[in-house]
Design a binder for this molecule. Structure first.
Ligand SMILES: Nc1ncnc2c1ncn2[C@@H]1O[C@H](COP(=O)(O)OP(=O)(O)OP(=O)(O)O)[C@@H](O)[C@H]1O
Length: 257
């Protein structure tokens, strides 16, 4: 399973947000962080992959374009987690995750769906939320349930928009580990939009850096440089190695634009 992009232009009506994105073939199992400043188009890029925003150009998945894939296959293939948290409705977590899985995985029996839900709830460590109403959950708890709704379907292309934005340090690590494991084990590909560069560097195989001019770079974590930080974010920063050898970003000051 591979993913590549050729000549992608995305916008809303006459407003162009992203122009001429080209991505080389990303291999099966890749976890790709999509980073960049506010309003640069990270969500828009993920939405275009999910078929929620019109685009021109080609997104190739498994050697065929997403636009040429039968809609049923696209729905089965993609797992999109929007930036907004799931609504605080009165259904319990188990019900919403069950419905999300049944709606897409029509090939599974109810018993198989239940097995899949149990596995994901255990993997995310949210078994204790199963019978809790979303209306009675914290924002972070609802974000975990939203992620469970995506992972339970075992998509081959995960599009996760800031999946850790509402989570504390424990759950951030837990979620990134789960996403990395699920992606690797299924031979899937995950695009994860994030503002947390250090989390991205720690867990992702590639970092796609967007800037106002389009794709600034697609790099391995150890290839990130202070120049990338300056060009993308307009900051003076350092990229150093932590005591365990992982690259870590230290942001020193915002430059005047
Ligand atoms: N539905 C829409 N209609 C018109 N313009 C939109 C719409 N949604 C987003 N935009 C615009 O598209 C641009 C990119 O927005 P997008 O949400 O993709 O950015 P982002 O990089 O995800 O930002 P952030 O980091 O702040 O979440 C912004 O200028 C935004 O105003």
């Amino acid at each position: 399973m591979t993913l590549s992009v050729s000549g992608l232009n995305i916008g809303y009506g006459s407003k162009r947000v992203i122009s001429d994105i080209n991505l080389p073939e990303l291999p099966s199992g890749s976890l790709v962080a999509v980073v960049g400043p506010n309003a640069v188009g990270k969500s828009t890029l993920l939405k275009s992959f999910a078929g929620l925003v019109k685009y021109s150009g080609d997104i190739y998945f498994e050697q065929q374009t997403l636009s040429a894939m039968p809609r049923a296959d696209v729905i089965r293939t993609l797992g999109y987690l929007p930036q907004a948290l799931p609504q605080a409705i009165s259904l319990v977590a188990y019900e919403v995750v069950f419905s999300a899985c049944r709606a897409v995985r029509t090939d599974l029996t109810a018993a198989q769906v239940e097995v899949s839900i149990e596995r994901i709830f255990d993997r995310l460590g949210i078994r204790d939320l199963a019978l809790k109403r979303l209306s009675e959950m914290s924002g972070g708890q609802r974000q975990m349930v939203g992620l469970a709704q995506v992972l339970v379907r075992q998509p081959k292309l995960l599009l996760l928009d800031e999946p850790t934005s509402a989570l504390d340090l424990h759950w951030q690590l837990n979620v990134l580990e789960a996403i990395r494991d699920e992606t690797a084990n299924a031979g899937a590909i995950a695009l994860v939009a994030s503002h947390d560069l250090n989390l991205a560097l720690r867990f992702c195989d590639y970092v796609l850096i967007l800037s106002r001019q389009g794709v600034l770079a697609l790099v391995r974590p150890d290839e990130l440089t202070p120049e990338h930080l300056e060009q993308a974010y307009g900051i003076r920063g350092r990229v150093e190695a932590c005591s365990r050898g992982f690259p870590i970003v230290l942001a020193d000051r915002a430059l005047t634009r």
